[in-house]
Design a protein around this ligand. Sequence first.
Ligand code: GLC
Length: 751
Amino acid sequence: MQRAALLAVAMFLFSSCSPQRTVGTVGSDSRIEHSVDSLLRLMTLEEKIGQMNQISVGGDVESYAEHIRAGRIGSILNETDPVKVNRYQKMAVEESRLHIPILVGRDVIHGFHTIFPIPLGLASTFDTELAEKTARAAAEEASATGVKWTFSPMCDLARDSRWGRIAESSGEDPLLDAQMAVALVRGYQTDDPSAPDAIAACVKHFFGYGAAEGGRDYNSTYIPERQMRNFFLPPFKAGIDAGVLTVMTSFNDNDGVPSTGNSHLLKDILRKEWGFDGMVVSDWNSTLEMVNHGFAANGEDAARLAANAGCEMDMMSFTYISSLKRLVNDGKVKESDIDAAVRDILRVKYRLGLFKRPYVDTTRTKGAFYKKETLALAEKAAEESAVLLKNDGALPLDASKISRILVTGPMADSPYDQLGTWAFDGEKGHTVTPLAALKERYGDRLQITYFPALKNSRDDNKAGIAQATALARQCDAVLAFLGEEAILSGEAHCLADISLKGGQSSLLEALKKSGKPVVASIMAGRALCIGKDLENCDAMLYSFHPGTMGGPAIAKLIFGEAVPSGKLPVTFTNASGEVWYYNRTNSGRPATGNEILLKDIPENAGQTSLGNTSFYIDSSTKPLFPFGFGLSYAKFSYDGIKLASDVVTQKDSIKVIAYVRNESGPDAEEVVQVYIRDVVGSITRPLKELKAFKRVLIPAGQTAEVCFAIPVSDLAFCGLDMKKKVEPGDFELWVAGDSDSGKPVTFKVSE
Ligand code: GLC
């Protein structure tokens, strides 16, 4: 049966939420299965357990020789010297009893040496083709060093910008997360993961990690089964259906069960319902951390729980290598489960071609990094990922009409910080900062005065602000580069206050008083609360840490050589204490906009109503910016929606034509988005859900006819009976440039 047919069968079988047996799996190959079985039969229990042991290496390669030769290490991470990688492989392939190659992993999260925008930025492009290309380029660079496995894409739905790892997510929407995950899996693995420049991908962190209570990393989550299936699982399922070879468990416990010990997740759903036949690796030490969770009594108990739950490779807790043999001998872990785990690990190694080609060609690194086309791709990605949040007409700057600009702020020339988090192999010496790009591109026409005013994004020494303001008065325009250093973003870097740190807001406030046009360019790893900063600038361009080529991209956008087209993958809140996301349910008392906010509460107010609805009296009745929002230099008008039919059956597709006009020019790209609301359901349903999107280039003055065909089956969800299906009834549909615009049309799904 062809792979596509297999996939179709697999997809059909798993349309239900309830567990079903699968019939075969994506990518299974009888020759590989035969090789795996033959090898497994030769292995001792110790050698099997050795395959389940992954360690992070460093320092003296020879210090690992004894363990590798004895078959006690199945995978290593964090070695990127191809000579050392080959030395490790030689120990495994030529100096051990069964010659099983080692799988070399690395966090290649948004590029290897050439760094692309952080995943949250990549998601802002809504450009899956571009995303796939960035993963392809990253795999080409990384595989040249012997890396054959990346721990990417992160598929964690993330709504809370207090959580440092929102930077690594694709944001708050299941569809965008899913499509980005598929793009990255395809880019890393291609259709032939055994190719020398392909690497295994890894959907992580399975599951719910992004919903850590309070936005505090590693914290517990409380996601009920229905929410899990309707919001948090779809991106992982999409990655599995795209053929991802590995899955990583998450640190968090959900509803009391740590993912690394959650058999409902790792066996019922991942294996039985979804038919996954790749390999499951724990997160770093997450096996042993089940003791901290209070879920395991000790390391041995943790190993028992993880192995029995279906976690197959243990990253850096050493509990498997130290306890599994005893657990098997004591009958607490079945050797058949060890065999199943080792079978999956060996299958991945065969699919990656490691038995055929265990060594990396060390000459590949020559010329492999920072290729011209890779840097151009990085610049394109940074350009498309930038989101224009405000423009009172200050942008684009016209270099022919001004002669002097002030470049200020701590992010103007901060090459390391611009790369963002998880840029292990990024090299700041290759980063082109905004200052460098501005000098290079416009230095011949403009006098560029550079005065950062603050040492870094946390610097609250405001002594330099007066001088910055004085310099601003002598210039025609001010470019203020603000945001957050890379160290403030990423794993375990959570913030209780997500406004700009240090004296940044004060700097912007002072610059505004200079009376000159002020353009704020933000580089950050999350959706910062920049509401008050918006008042102190004439335009704001927002980049989620844009990577190596962020400078040229931002410079070109500011001077109109490129047109902003990014859209927000996450809702922006007015204050750190707010929680908003676009695909929320309505509640019984949604805000009306007529509520009384703090500043309007009358003197001596009694126990009066300020509006008994869902809002924050000291902040707002709605988010600052909605999901999907992003301005352009062009003004787009949505001139109507045509539905092929306003009644559809479950087997149909919803055919939509939208007319989008570029009223003002210049030629520009718009991300046209389709949202659908299921008006009444057996459970409360989101106000709307993104069901399709397209980036469309619309020449100035022209109208694009944008067509969508959305299968009605895409409206399926797990309802009150937990069965995934489409519930007939009334629906609303929007086509707009963001999740809070436009007027809906209606249609019915018939019984
Ligand atoms: C980290 C992260 C995970 C990463 C792994 C290996 O703790 O949680 O995303 O892939 O360890 O570095």
